[in-house]
Every structure is written in C-alpha cells, then in structure tokens.
Design a protein. Sequence first.
Length: 320
Amino acid sequence: METSPLELPADRVQRIAAELQCHPGDEQVALRLDKEDELRHFREHFYIPKMKDLPPIDLSLVNKDDDAIYFLGHSLGLQPKMVKTYLEEELDKWAKMGGYGHDVGKRPWIIGDESIVGLMKDIVGASEKEIALMNALTVNLHLLLLSFFKPTPKRYKILLEAKAFCSDHYAIESQIQLRGLDVEKSMRIIKPREGEEILRLEDILDIIEKEGDSIAVILFSGVHFYTGQLFNIPAITKAGQAKGCFVGFDLAHAVGNVELHLHDWGVDFACWCSYKYLNSGAGGIAGAFIHEKHANTVKPALVGWFGHELSTRFQMDNNL
C-alpha cells in the first residue's frame, strides 16, 4: 500500500496500528512496515553478520544461524557485497600496470575522489563544485574552521551543542586555543533544559538572537550522536546568518541517514565521514562542503596539490 509522501513516520505507525487494531509498538506493525518498505530489496546487497560469528553471547537465547539485528550504522555500516570485487579490480590493475593506473582504467586513481562526487552531491544536496572528498572528518573540520573562524575582539565565540561528539569538542577547543583565546569565554555550549535530554529549537534560536553579535561560528551536529536529535539545519542557519555568524555542521551521523539540502539551505560549510551510514569501510575518505557563495571570499585559504585544477595540475608553474 502506498502512502502519501506528506505522511510523517509517526503518523504512519499510528495509522497501521489502528488498521491492525494493536499497539504501535507491536511486532505486527514492524512486520507490516518491512513488507511495505520500497527499499527492502537493498538488504540483499549487504553482508549481515550471523549471530554465531559475533563476540560471545548467550546463544541459548537466539538461533546462532540467524542474522544479527544490526544497529551500528553510527559506528560502521554493513559491508556492501561488491566491495571485494572493486578492491580486487584495483589491486589487479596495480599489479599489472603499476603507476599507469593513475591515468587509465574504469576508475583512474588521479580522479578517484572526483569520480564519486556526482553521487555525493545528491546525498548532501549540493553542486559538485561545492564538495571535496578528502582526508578524515576531523582534519576537514580543522581546515574549515581555519577558514571560517576568524575571531575579532567583538566576535570571538563558537556556539555548539552540549555533549557534541568528542572530536568536535576537542577540535573547537583547540582552534580557540590556537588563536590565543580563553576557552571558557569563547566556547559557548548550549545545554537542554533541566530534566530534558534534547535541545528545544526555540532555545537555540534565543541564544543566537541574544548572543549572535559575539558569535563568529555556529557549529552543530546534523544528528546528535548521543540522543539522535535531528537539528533544524535550515532554521539554525537562517538565524545565525541573520546575526552575521558563519554556520556549519558536522554531518557524520546525518549523511546517508537523513535528507540534506546544504546548498538550498544556505549552509556555509559542513563536513562528514563515509564509514557510517555510507558504508565505505573503516578509514574511508571523508567529505567537506563550502557553499559556492564563498568561492572567492574566504581568504586566506590553505591550498595544496589537489587544490589545483586537474587540467593544469601538471604544468608545474606554481600558478593557481
């Protein structure tokens, strides 16, 4: 049965429970949702661990030959079945051709990142020119903050949510120290209300309105790793920019997990990893986004070998 695209997930669960005359948490509802899932065939494209192959558990409680129920997408996605084939193709090319593999084959290594940018643009909602696939997440976050965190005597704070992922917290703290600023004064952390676990949007917007003139950068998660809260990216971006702040997001737990429209939302910058919901594997290449409106305005910028256009990269004339 097809449902209206405007039907919210919670409403759909309630509707199905009513049709089945059972509680929304009943197994019948889950089985019905699985049956109607238009993406269920993708399950066959991944290896799902068997219970017997996992660390020791009480197998008397389960069938050891059953598939595990896998909830670790926040840590490492399931392995796609085609990974081994792709890796073997590249290893075979390396063995047979050596350095010529940079330029030839289905996936020339010199454009290894560029060859998949076209896929990434639809996942994050951006143009190819706004995306770079490189490094690891925290490296990209540091590079972005070096470009966007330009503190002044008036604007010297970075606003972030409480219990941000450790790497984000550490990166922000070290960026503040790098500028010789006082962490206690420049690191503005917003916490949920007493007795609550998630942040209310109105509280975030209220702090931006009241303290925005002293905030240089707003850096939030897209999805909070601890609570699962999906932050209202468009609203936070609009409010922050209205006060003259740069607004960025760590999308580690959002990319491949929720719908994103970074360009249309006007987000200034963002970064993400690819080994969680994008299933690239441990150590997979990360991504960064800078809105095209900043193409020639973020100065000075750190530039390197792959920051040079491929068409003229090998002219070696030291001209960008």
